[in-house]
Design a protein around this ligand. Structure first.
Ligand code: ARG
Length: 406
């Protein structure tokens, strides 16, 4: 009997070629799994039909948008998830969900093999394979692009030969979901020039922006955004709406030179209007609600979360522990922030929270103050004692060191 392989199928050129290749070169029965994670081209039915036409014995489609928002994007917000302080982990967060669903459907359909379309040079192969193995170590993983080392021209040649319709892919390599759009390749590879305007889709390029300011209010409940301008909506809808609002004000274009897990530097362009705005608003609210020590420890944990998720370790138990920490820490992070979106920048324009630690009566320089200033000299004496003492002993040496360096 032929072995059964489950292919993560996007409908694009790479994975379409794979359906044929897996049948002809590997003699597998191919099942395809197409997931909706909020990408633009999400006519799942049409993609499923195409898979059947190419010979798949079964095509499965699954709308994962709610789960992606509620279980993955939510964690990205609670932890201010930004790799290298900039990239909101849009592609990174979707991969472990895709892997989880691939394992589920592979098990249900007795497929011993999962096939994905990633290359051997990126992060996604790592994310897929670590996640799949962590969830079911018995499943074999195959990455034909990596194995065949086929380039795009060769793929197009093979597709023509096999009568596979070549989808219009544009010149860039693009990955999309609710949380953002990752764009790489072609002219973006040249780091000496700005990212060309034809790479933009979700964010209005600066040159095309008209100078209008948009004040937006975002309400968070225990760290999760629940309303825009006072209107409550499910997280998935809220993210879609914020992509539109912030994108139209030029927010969320991120041009970065990035360090991949596999040790390669790459030039990436991201469009993540909602992610950038919702994380900025969340940090703003946290700055009012959490204490100095909480913020400091949380920043450390936030960074650990981003590193783990970027590096494909979502299914590591440590990630789950950090998620628990993040959820607890976000307990009191409830309130509303106002942000001004203007020509690609975000300005803070007001924060209100019942759990804010900011107390105007304490911090005011005005008359109505409650802070007892007469207590400060004693505090400064004790607090600074070690600095004052050290300086007395070492001041001579400090002078020598600074002179030697010249
Ligand atoms: N560098 C990003 C990441 O590792 C995006 C990778 C996918 N990008 C793409 N254009 N196919 O998460």
């Amino acid at each position: 009997m032929k072995e059964k392989a489950l292919l993560l199928y996007s409908g694009g050129l790479d994975t379409s070629v794979m359906i044929k290749w897996l049948q002809e070169m590997k003699n597998y029965n191919v099942l395809t799994l197409t997931l909706d994670v909020g990408q633009e081209k999400n006519d799942l039915m049409a993609i499923g039909e195409k898979a059947k036409l190419l010979g798949a014995i079964k095509s499965i489609t699954h709308d994962a948008t709610d789960k992606f928002a509620d279980d993955f994007i939510s964690m990205g917000i609670l932890s201010n998830g930004l790799y290298a302080d900039r990239y909101p982990l849009s592609t990174s967060l979707a991969r472990p969900l895709m892997a989880e669903l691939a394992v589920k459907y592979a098990q249900e359909n007795s497929c011993g093999i999962i096939v994905h379309g990633s290359t051997g040079k990126g992060n996604d192969q790592v994310r897929f394979e670590v996640s799949i193995k962590a969830l079911d170590d018995g499943i074999k993983v195959l990455a034909p692009v990596r194995e065949m080392n086929m380039n795009r021209e060769e793929e197009i040649e093979y597709a023509k030969e096999k009568g596979i319709a070549i989808p219009y892919g544009g010149k860039y390599s693009v990955d999309e979901n609710l949380w953002g759009r990752s764009v790489e390749g072609s002219t973006i590879e040249d780091i000496s020039a700005p990212v060309p305007v034809d790479a933009y889709r979700w964010v209005m390029p600066l040159d095309e922006l008209r100078g209008s300011r948009r004040r937006v209010s975002i309400t968070y409940e225990s760290g999760i955004p629940v309303a825009i301008d006072g209107k409550n909506m499910p997280l998935k809808d809220l993210v879609m709406k914020m992509n539109e609002i912030a994108g139209s004000h030029g927010i969320g274009a991120i041009d970065m030179i990035e360090d991949r897990v596999v040790g390669i530097k790459s030039h990436e362009f991201y469009e993540c209007p909602a992610a950038v705005t919702l994380i900025e608003g969340h940090k703003y609210l946290e700055s009012a609600v959490l204490s100095r020590r909480e913020l400091k420890v949380k920043k450390f944990m936030d960074d650990q979360f981003s590193e783990l998720v970027y590096g494909g370790l979502w299914h590591d138990p440590l990630t789950a522990y950090i998620c628990d920490f993040e959820k607890r820490m976000n307990g009191p992070v409830t309130g509303t922030v106002q942000l001004d979106l203007f020509m690609g920048s975000i300005k803070h324009a007001g924060v209100e929270s019942g759990s804010s630690l900011y107390d105007q009566a304490t911090s005011t320089y005005g008359k109505a103050q409650t802070f007892d200033q007469t207590m400060s000299p004693g505090f400064i004496y004790v607090y600074g004692a070690s600095t004052v003492a050290s300086r007395k002993v070492r001041s001579q040496k400090l002078t020598e060191i600074s002179l030697e360096g010249r």
